[in-house]
Design a protein around this ligand. Structure first.
Ligand code: F6P
Length: 328
């Protein structure tokens, strides 16, 4: 192969820049030209691209966001869109396309595949860590530290007021961020899809442990971390319903997109560098329709088609432990 394209797609994740850098530097070592598309697959469809040379990726390893910008691409859900994407790849004489993103972005790549003669490879970049075939995705470690920093601050004010706080964390339909940040912050309760649903007007599963804790430990702060999309009406509605049920103030804090920004932590920079480099190297060996992941510290290829086949499991040991201490 001689020429490859790269893009970042879907929710940006800290470490995407480190990955772009590794892709460009590795490609240069293999004498491959690199073209970077802006705004994810939209840039591909609109032929919005730039040649990437090693000097373009200097000193970006420490920055959050992505120099290539990111977006979700509705057009790629249409037959016309995927045909057009493949046509642009052919027109630009790209032998391969490297997609840094989550499972949604990989589905986009899979849709293009039947129309494209070149190679397609994915690198998992999402704070959600919900992609199968890799222990961690780029951005997850940073997002946890960002969430922890915020939850620790909330603990200070919650302690001062002896309040119950709900902190909503991202993860779309996965509790990975919520469980991890909740455990590391010493949250009293964790609500995420994997722990089972919480229904309105049936709040005993949430209220019971709060009452129990207050009984055992007296008045104290009580933090519940909640994965987004966990409660009908949202986390603010849940805080209001808990306030009414308990007759005591319960506040909600939605961390939101703060979790997506910031300097990538060391672990994300290293993972991003390793997976970006590995993906390029594997392209030169003919890898196609694969994702470059890391399992037990080994860089591995995993079929792109299976990255969202089964829902990535959150740590069952920590789930059990959390449920045990919440009910004690
Ligand atoms: O997939 C990353 C993510 O940040 C999810 O955690 C969240 O549900 C979603 O993206 C938010 O997307 P948007 O930035 O489009 O609101």
């Amino acid at each position: 192969i001689k020429r490859i394209g790269v893009l970042t797609s879907g929710g940006d994740a800290p470490g995407m820049n480190a990955c772009i850098r590794a892709v460009v530097l590795t490609a240069s070592a293999y004498n491959l030209d690199v073209v970077g598309f802006d705004h994810g697959f939209n840039g591909l469809l609109e032929e919005d691209y730039q040649t990437l040379l090693p000097q373009h990726v200097q000193h970006i390893i420490q920055h959050g966001g992505t120099i290539l910008k990111s977006a979700r691409c509705k057009a790629l859900h249409t037959e016309q869109g995927v045909i057009q994407a493949a046509a642009v790849l052919h027109k630009l004489q790209l032998d391969a396309l490297l997609i840094i993103g989550g499972d949604g972005s990989f589905r986009g790549a899979l849709a293009i595949a039947p129309h494209y003669r070149g190679q397609l490879i994915g690198v998992p970049g999402t704070i959600d860590n919900d992609v199968d075939g890799t222990d961690f995705s780029i951005g997850f470690a940073t997002a946890i530290d960002t969430a922890l920093d915020a939850i620790d601050k909330i603990r200070d004010t919650a302690d001062a007021f002896e309040r119950i706080f709900l902190v909503e964390l991202m993860g779309r339909h996965s509790g990975y961020i919520t469980l991890s940040a909740g455990i590391a912050a010493g949250a009293e309760q964790i609500i995420c899809p994997e722990f089972g649903p919480v229904y309105k007007n049936q709040l005993s599963s949430v209220i019971g442990p709060i009452q129990h804790a207050q009984l055992l430990r007296g008045k104290t702060s009580y933090i519940i971390v909640v994965a987004e999309n966990s409660y009908p009406g949202g986390t603010i509605a849940l805080a209001e319903d808990i306030s009414i049920e308990l007759g005591t103030e319960c506040r909600a804090c939605i961390l939101g997109h703060i979790q997506r920004g910031g300097k990538p932590v060391g672990a994300d920079r290293i993972l991003a560098t390793k997976l970006g480099a590995y993906a390029v190297e594997q392209l030169t060996h003919g890898a196609h329709l694969m994702m470059a992941g890391e399992i037990n510290q080994q860089a591995v290829l995993f079929p792109l088609a299976q990255t969202s086949d089964k829902k990535k499991q959150i740590d069952p040991y920590l789930v059990r432990w959390q449920q045990q201490i919440a009910s004690d």
